[in-house]
Design a protein around this ligand. Structure first.
Ligand SMILES: [Zn+2]
Length: 228
């Protein structure tokens, strides 16, 4: 595919995305979900990670008005790894992305659940070559990249005692610099919630699991570009 040609911002055709992650089965505590064109759950949507959790999530998603819903798994979402076929069948109200993509109104999405090995959770690969095989699957120039975990240095800071530490992934940042998404949405590191801009890409850490359950969502308007 040739180079993406940025022509102009088309404010009227902006796509309104509602993003959230790390709800850990507490989605029903969200007091009010904002409307939008697409709802994107960026992983750690389940509690114990059972199929019953998936059915509960699906039931909740079905009650929401968004025309499009996208879900990826996180390291707590065991059902999608251990019983993938059944979990996908149970998730009837959303498109599930796992190293795969889809398009909404001309916007190209790519979703990936992987995080580097940390204790014993699901969808993990060792840093370096093993996890790079997952990043390498990401196509060039997706409009919106969705991963459960953060790139290095962007919304990835955790407090360890008196010292803050960046725990994001250098390999993922390198891949992002190659494929150049317009927007990267991730979660996983709860403390990093917020919006960032780095080297021409907008980043959103949509983690909702913080000290308050009242801000369980992140809204942004992703302005659509025209392509040729
Ligand atoms: Zn996580």
């Amino acid at each position: 595919m040739g180079a993406r040609l940025y022509q102009r911002l088309v404010e009227d055709s902006a796509v309104r995305l509602v993003c959230l992650s790390d709800t850990h089965i507490l989605h029903r505590r969200i007091p009010e979900m904002p409307d939008g064109d697409a709802l994107i759950h960026v992983g750690d949507c389940l509690g114990a990670g059972t199929l019953d959790d998936v059915r509960d999530l699906d039931d909740w998603l079905g009650s929401l008005p968004h025309a499009h819903k996208i879900v990826i798994a996180g390291n707590h979402d065991w059902a999608f790894q251990e019983a993938g076929e059944f979990a996908r069948q149970a998730l009837t109200q959303a498109i599930y992305l796992e190293d795969s993509g889809m398009e909404i109104d001309g916007l190209k999405f790519w979703g990936s659940p992987w995080t580097p090995t940390f204790l014993d959770w699901c969808f993990m690969q060792d840093r370096g070559a093993p996890i790079r095989t997952k990043w390498d699957l990401m196509p060039s120039e997706p409009d919106i990249l969705i991963t459960h975990g953060p790139p290095a240095g962007v919304g990835d800071e955790v407090a360890t005692g008196f010292k803050a530490q960046n725990v994001g992934y250098k390999d993922l940042l390198q891949r992002i610099q190659i494929i150049r998404p317009q927007l990267h949405i991730f979660g996983h590191i709860h403390e990093g919630h917020g919006e960032y801009c780095h080297a021409g890409t907008r980043f959103v850490n949509a983690s909702a699991c913080r000290d308050s359950i009242s801000q369980l969502f992140y809204i942004l308007r992703c302005t659509r570009y025209e392509f040729s």
